[in-house]
Design a protein around this ligand. Structure first.
Ligand code: ZN
Length: 157
């Protein structure tokens, strides 16, 4: 896994320095907030969903390098996908970061997101890496909600 670890460092640094899809989204019709109180990560996710497809997605917020890189890569990964495809990707991603350390990720399904496999070794970081995904689920299925990593269900603030 050491090659994956080097790639992980490189990808996290790159996306943290130059986050993709960062900023407000004009024409957004779904939004949700995400909060990871353990680390202090906060983000707001804006989606434009058309005919059950994520036509565009952008995020704003502040947090650690992992949360920001994860949000950057998540937005890249789900843009253009149907909500069902995004849901499936969320489940695959979540299974990867909560798998037993050393478990090989489903690279075919995850693509670049597989670099987050190493996070499974650091339980505190799992929440940083999955915050953007929980927020995505809230935006798709419970718009306007606040997703918190401290409770797996979404609720209104
Ligand atoms: Zn964090």
């Amino acid at each position: 896994m050491s090659e994956l670890r080097d790639l992980y460092q490189e990808v996290i640094l790159d996306h943290n320095r130059r986050p993709r899809n960062f900023g407000p989204l004009e024409g957004a019709n779904r939004t949700a907030q995400g909060h990871n109180p353990l680390c202090g990560d906060r983000l707001a996710l804006h989606l434009q969903v058309e005919d059950d497809r994520i036509a565009d997605v952008r995020f704003e917020g502040s947090g650690c390098a992992i949360s920001k890189a994860s949000a950057s890569m998540m937005t890249d990964a789900v843009k253009g996908r149907t909500t069902a495809e995004a849901d499936a990707l969320f489940r695959t991603f979540h299974a990867m970061v909560t798998a037993a350390p050393g478990t090989l990720p489903d690279i075919e399904a995850l693509g670049k997101l597989a670099v987050f496999a190493g996070v499974a070794e650091f339980p505190a970081r799992v929440k940083c890496a999955s915050l953007a995904w929980h927020t995505l689920e809230a935006a798709l299925h419970n718009p306007g909600a606040v997703a918190s990593t401290e409770d797996e269900t979404e609720h209104d603030a």
